[in-house]
Design a protein around this ligand. Sequence first.
Ligand SMILES: CC(C)(COP(=O)(O)OP(=O)(O)OC[C@H]1O[C@@H](n2cnc3c(N)ncnc32)[C@H](O)[C@@H]1OP(=O)(O)O)[C@@H](O)C(=O)NCCC(=O)NCCS
Length: 182
Amino acid sequence: MGTKTIHLHQNIKGRQVTLRPWSETDAETLYRLASDPEVGPRAGWLPHGSVEESRQIIKTLFSNTTTWAIVWNDTDEVVGAIGYGPSCDCALPAREGEPTVGYWVGRAFWGKGFCTEALQLMTDHIRHTTSIASLISGHFADNTASGRVMEKCGFRPTGETCTDPGLATGGDKPIRVWRLVL
Ligand SMILES: CC(C)(COP(=O)(O)OP(=O)(O)OC[C@H]1O[C@@H](n2cnc3c(N)ncnc32)[C@H](O)[C@@H]1OP(=O)(O)O)[C@@H](O)C(=O)NCCC(=O)NCCS
């Protein structure tokens, strides 16, 4: 600690994907990806119900310096979202001040390595621009793909499980807890 925290909301370019801030002009794409019932519920949120709802989410939840759209470099299209932020409003057993991490990728883009690269880019960015000591995250126990993404980026299971009644879906399902020491 003691080092200055700089939150630069810059584009972060990788081999396959780039992280960039969300724009209101992404609303239709976000709706197309996030209205899929196979995406949100695996992460504890309900499918988006309309383009207007997606636009509001971009203007509120995604409007901060620690949330990015994941863009596929080959096509310049948005394929998912990733971010980190305060853990205070979730049930993960976070250490004091420890941020939580969240991400998803549209179903048509699963299995291409996009989320692994996006999470690696974001954790490298956090290492270089902040003095954050560790990150916490979790996934429903049956969401092994998400666990594999975290494992490949250096997260390790803490051995804890929790449930999060505050989630819109799956609030009674066990969540496996992971931590990355930066
Ligand atoms: C979980 C999720 C983000 C993974 O994104 P992705 O871009 O497909 O992940 P990657 O391509 O980087 O794959 C990472 C690893 O998971 C594995 N994986 C992908 N889909 C899998 C599946 N359905 N079952 C088991 N493993 C899977 C990949 O094979 C890869 O491991 P490997 O390199 O050892 O082969 C994506 O499936 C998703 O958005 N799901 C719905 C929302 C969600 O679950 N968000 C996370 C909430 S905690």
